[in-house]
Structures are given as C-alpha cells and as structure tokens.
Ligand binder design. Structure first.
Ligand SMILES: [Zn+2]
Length: 265
C-alpha cells in the first residue's frame, strides 16, 4: 500500500515544488428552464471563480465545444452559457397538436427564424412568437450588449462545413469578405468573425479565419448575422468534433487576446 501511495505523493510534491500543479478555478452551475409547447430547454450557466470571456454553446450535440470551454473556465476563467435539451442540434416541440422544429442558431432574426421553422417544419405565427420569446430569453441571459465580444463555440464534421466553404466556389463564398485558410492546419478548425481587427489578429497568429460580409451575408437568423446587424463584435471558435486540444488552444488564445490584453485588438 505504502509503496503505491509514496510515489504518488512524491510526484505531487515534486510537481508543487516545480510549480507544475496548474491552479484550477471553481465553477458554479445554475440553470433556468424554458417551456416551448410541450418541450423544455434548459439554459445552463457555468460561472468560473475567475473573470474572463463569456462563451455561448447553442447546439446541444456539440459537446467537444462545451468541454473545451469548461477547460478554459477552469484554467483561465470566464462564463459559459449552454442550451441543454435532447442532445440534438435542433429543438423540437409540439404546440396545438402541430410539431415544430427549429435550429437554435437560426432564431435571432425574424427573417431567419421564419425560414428555419419553414425549412424544418412549418412557420406559423404562434410557433414564431414562442421561439422569438425564447431567443429573447437566451439573449437576456447571455447579454451580448454588455460584452467586449460575443464568443460562440461550435463543432463541425470532417470534410463538410469548414473555412473552405467560404473560398471561391464554396457554398458560402458570398457571405465572406475575407478568408484565410492556414496551410498547415485542418480547415475544419477556424474562427468566424464579424470584426476586421479581430480577423487580422487571428490570421497573423496563424489560425484559419473568415470575416463575415456584414452588409451582404444571407440573413439566416444566426447569431453572427444578428451581431453584424447590431454592430457587435462576434467570434465563433469552430472546431471539428473531437478536436478538443485544438479548440482549447483557440479559446485560450482568444482569452489572452480579448481579456488579458484587449488593447492589442
Ligand atoms: Zn453549432
């Protein structure tokens, strides 16, 4: 027994003496439930004991993003707001015997929300009003107007949506003003931003980055379009599912850039 415990203790003291034991900040978690028809969506807030950026996770099937943001909350500080319901990307609810489906990152403008409901189910006025009220509640908790930057965390799937989607001939080429694809990085791991100074800082650091064309980007109801319309600095740290280390690296850089030394941007 002693032989098992001692090496562990020695390693612990050695690490402490060398200053290798990383200090972890405590996280407190609170949750508010919202009813949409017969369904419930929880808006969960993770608050680190240390100050930092405020992150938002809108898609409940993108858990690498949640784990990466929590890791940064423990090591650096900050706050994470996440939607929890079924573990699926989209939210489904029944209202007056009709089934509705919407994408929670397509609910922040009236035009985009109507299109999302219409594409995935049906865009009735009642369903629109219910989801619009929910979107306003999420914004009231996240409070983008009080932040130096809106920071969302998303995950994508290999060889589908990526920084390459915004290059010439890509599905979204018209939505981007500038695109930088870092040659030595996976194009699935990239930043999508609404602010040119931020775009330049990320590109210069060697990350892949896309600058949204705030004037002509398609109004799909996403938070980037909402922020573009409202003139709010927005950055999405987007990484492939499972790219935990890459996403942590992206978020730690953002923390240093926007929280620790914001004058640099
Ligand atoms: Zn997403």
């Amino acid at each position: 027994m002693l032989r098992i415990v001692l090496p562990g203790l020695m390693l612990f003291f050695a690490a402490t003496l060398l200053g290798c034991q990383p200090e972890e900040h405590a996280i407190t978690t609170t949750s508010t439930s919202f009813a949409l028809g017969d369904s419930t969506v929880d808006v969960v807030v993770h608050q680190s004991a240390a100050p930092g950026l405020t992150y938002l996770n809108l898609h409940d099937n993108e858990q690498t993003a949640v784990e990466a943001a929590l890791s940064v909350l423990r090591r650096e500080g900050g706050r994470l707001v996440e939607l929890q319901h079924t573990g699926e990307r989209n939210v489904t609810f029944t209202l007056d015997d009709s089934l509705y489906v919407f994408d929670p990152n397509r609910m922040f403008t009236d035009v985009g929300l109507r299109a999302s409901l219409d594409t995935l189910s049906a865009a009735t006025d009642t369903a629109h009003a219910v989801v619009r009220a929910f979107a306003d509640s999420v914004l009231a908790i996240y409070r983008p107007d009080t932040l130096d930057a809106v920071v969302t965390v998303h995950n994508n799937t290999e060889n589908r949506y990526s920084s390459l989607s915004y290059t010439d001939g890509g599905d979204y080429e018209d939505d981007a003003l500038f695109v930088h694809v870092a040659g030595d990085e996976d194009p699935d791991d990239f930043f999508f931003v609404t602010d040119e100074a931020l775009y330049n800082a990320l590109r210069e650091e060697g990350f892949s980055a896309v600058l949204q064309d705030n004037r002509q980007a398609t109004d799909d109801g996403s938070l980037s379009v909402y922020c573009g319309q409202q003139g709010l600095p927005y950055v999405n740290a987007e990484a492939q599912h499972g790219h935990f280390a890459e996403q942590v690296k992206m978020l730690r850089f953002l923390h240093r850039l926007l929280h620790a030394s914001p004058a640099a941007v």
